[in-house]
Ligand binder design. Structure first.
Ligand code: NAI
Length: 380
């Protein structure tokens, strides 16, 4: 199969075997937290992805077993396992995509924000390592080094090519700003290359909508915007396709179920963690989109929590692209077009119903405070 056909085929190809590896560019994917509830099935799904040539599995413990197990699967990628901080650099070196499901999951009664103290520290440490080991060597990096050495502030003129970072660890609303701050400090921040993975919200919205609207789930599209916690998750069912005549009460119920989807799983697992299998699926879909974008596929569009300047509020327009100010710069705006450099374009929200407009206003203070919390933590 040609690069083009592999790169443009639908996400379901991640479950297909059989490919001509020589036709596809080499791509290294690193999974940090690979021995966990999400990490293991995600490692499996990435092993099934023919766009991956090298799969590096990293965790603080138990990775060799996962790597040996997954490594026996007869698909294209070479699998290597790395355990403990001393091996983190090797896991990251040369990675094109780094997926981070490291951290503690929610237990019943906890919100995603309750995870903050533990996961924020884990994410900060991992991002420091990404900044150190992941920039791809280029003349621009050398230039940057010279500039730093000469203490000349050239920010914005020289560009560093970092791996595409897919942040799964919660609270995503805060861990993405933490990552951005860490990369900025290291001089490696490229807002086009940092993504909060919110695909599970989209996956859930599609499933719930298909069930209620009685339409084939494979045909369903629902944008989900905002953030990735409670009311900051805003599914735009008014833009859902195929169109269905749902009542206001049904839309409200669908919205609430999507916002509470994580809690539904946490409670059903009764203390044994949060969503892992559906999250691994969602993470694999998003990483696949990143790989397709890197390989030059046209029109790869996914929802993701990224730095964004799209807003109807006037103060947003005054922000500088590379400055990480509250809300205007970090916010999920659907959809994002993915390409060779990561985010090619952050597309607009499209027309919102009155209910969605209200939801958008309601989510802003919470999202803003989560962003500020992340920035504050990173700069402590
Ligand atoms: P888990 O506890 O089963 O696995 C986490 C793994 O991370 C463990 O294997 C642990 O050893 C590892 N880990 C801890 N510190 C590490 C470090 N410094 N470096 C590398 N690995 C480290 O948890 P689970 O269920 O896999 O969840 C992981 C994270 O994903 C949690 O933060 C959870 O809240 C989040 N999550 C995100 C979702 C999303 O939609 N973005 C959905 C569901 C969970």
């Amino acid at each position: 199969r040609s690069i083009k056909s592999l790169a443009t085929s639908p996400s379901s190809h991640i479950l297909r075997r059989g490919y001509a590896s020589e036709a596809v560019p080499d791509r290294k994917v690193a999974v940090l937290g690979a021995a966990g509830g999400i990490g293991q099935p995600l490692a499996l799904l990435m092993k099934l992805n023919p766009l991956v040539s090298s799969l590096a599995l990293y965790d603080i413990a138990n990775t060799p077993g996962v790597a040996a197990d997954v490594g026996h699967i007869n698909t294209r990628s070479e699998v290597s396992g790395y355990s403990g901080e001393a091996e983190l650099g090797k896991a990251l070196e040369g990675a094109d995509v780094v997926i981070i499901p490291a951290g503690v999951p929610r237990k019943p009664g906890m919100t995603r924000d309750d995870l903050f103290n533990i996961n924020a520290g884990i994410v900060k440490g991992l991002c420091q390592a990404i900044a150190k080991y992941c920039p791809h060597v280029s003349i621009e990096i050398l230039l940057k080094q010279v500039c730093l050495y000469a203490t000349v502030k050239f920010d914005g003129l020289v560009k560093l090519y970092l791996a595409l970072v897919n942040m799964i660890s919660n609270p995503v609303n805060s861990t993405v700003p933490i990552a951005a701050e860490v990369f900025k400090k290291a001089g490696t921040y490229d807002p086009k290359r940092l993504f909060g993975v919110t695909t599970l919200d989209v996956v859930r919205a599609k499933t719930f909508y298909a069930g209620k609207a009685k339409v084939p789930v494979a045909e369903v599209n629902v944008p989900v915007v905002g953030g990735h916690a409670g009311i900051t998750i805003l599914p735009l069912f008014s833009q859902a396709t195929p169109k269905a005549n749902l009542s206001d009460a049904e839309i409200t119920a669908l919205t609430k179920r999507t916002q509470d989807g994580g809690t539904e799983v946490v409670e059903a697992k009764a203390g044994k963690g949060s969503a892992t299998l559906s999250m691994a699926y969602a993470g694999a879909i998003f990483a696949d989109a990143c790989l397709k974008g890197l390989n030059g596929a046209p029109d790869v569009v996914e929802c993701s929590y990224v730095q964004s300047t799209i807003t109807e509020l006037p103060f947003f327009a005054s922000k500088v692209l590379r400055c990480f100010a509250p809300l205007s710069d970090v916010a999920l705006w659907y959809p994002v077009r993915l390409g060779k450099n990561g985010v090619e374009e952050v597309l607009g929200l499209g027309p919102l119903s009155d209910y969605e407009k209200e939801g958008l206003e309601k989510l802003k203070p919470e999202l803003q405070s989560s962003i500020e919390k992340g920035i504050k933590f990173a700069n402590q």
